[in-house]
Design a binder for this molecule. Sequence first.
Ligand SMILES: Nc1ncnc2c1ncn2[C@@H]1O[C@H](COP(=O)(O)OP(=O)(O)O)[C@@H](O)[C@H]1O
Ligand SMILES: [Mg+2]
Length: 377
Amino acid sequence: MNVTRLGFAHFRNLRDGEIRPCDTINVIYGSNAQGKTNLLEAVWLFTGGHSFRGAKDGELPVLENGRNAALASLTMTVFTEGREQELQLLFKNGRRESVINGVEKRTGSALVGKFCAVIFSPEHLLLVKEGPARRRAFIDGALCQMKPAFARVLTNYNKALAQRNALLKDILRHPELRDTLDIWDQRLILFGTEVILERIAFCRALAPKASEIYGGIAKEKERVSFSYAPFGGANTREEIAAKFFSALKSAQSTDIRTGFTSAGPHRDDLSIEINGLSARTYGSQGQQRSIVLALKLAEADILFQKTGERPVILLDDVMSELDMSRRDYLLNHLDGRQVFITCCDPETVRLMERGRGFFVENGHVKNTVLETDSVVQ
Ligand SMILES: Nc1ncnc2c1ncn2[C@@H]1O[C@H](COP(=O)(O)OP(=O)(O)O)[C@@H](O)[C@H]1O
Ligand SMILES: [Mg+2]
């Protein structure tokens, strides 16, 4: 899918206006605090998701005399499902409303599934830098986008886990309750096995794609590998359930003492290595950045396989800490994808062979004609 037009009014610091992106690379450039990320955020919000910067909906309309205005409006023309479609998103008194091809919807969530995007922002670097929770959230988030049924299984698992943990704490005071633990173990295994099976299937598709993309970014100078292997590598439903069962049994006394379930998919990790070394511990900033990029682009490819629509790629401040050849890859080798990329350095625009540049200054967005930019009308 491609965004062919984006309009904005009273949205953050962006002056009322519009852009007409091309279907390849769109570089949004300008100094700090001019509105580049705001523009990317405007595109992202059409996915129906929350702001990737954690902003509340009520904070998005323009500030007037220190207060947020009552209304902000975004409009988008997107080519998807073989035709141009008109989407509108309103932030009204802290709530969202949407209009899809002229039909008013009372919620913003009506947009979910209409528009698909993948976002990289600097805080996504924590995906590599931090503990396993971020990596699980990445896998689960991608699965939830692709399979609503997965979201239900995950919710059921988390509920069963919370109830088992509550029971563990009760058992300390009432040891006779120990017998009821089996019921929760069974539920945990039932839902947990499904969660693990879906994650395995996703990671199997993700790992080779992400490694290949990383190879392109790093010009094959180093090898990255991804592995998700719960319970030391169980694969079938029966094997996972059996290993999960014995892990719960052998940890039971510890679990009762700590009041916490120590085994299960809520503790899993996606291990990432560069040339056999932990990327989290030993990776450089540029390598970690490239890994997150590779994961995000691979996620976009898998979404494309599942839905038949290529998600729009949004890259916020990705260029810093990347050397010239890595920049060249992002600007010139992401064929067939529509990309929006923000950066400070106007020279970046000259590095691209094809695409469109947008200069942002104090909330004004200008489509700039560049020597290298052969497609600007
Ligand atoms: N609701 C709002 N109303 C007006 N200005 C806002 C609002 N939210 C953020 N801003 C302003 O937007 C600017 C930051 O824009 P941003 O897109 O993050 O900059 P950058 O170009 O560095 O990516 C800041 O000047 C900030 O004060
Ligand atoms: Mg920014």
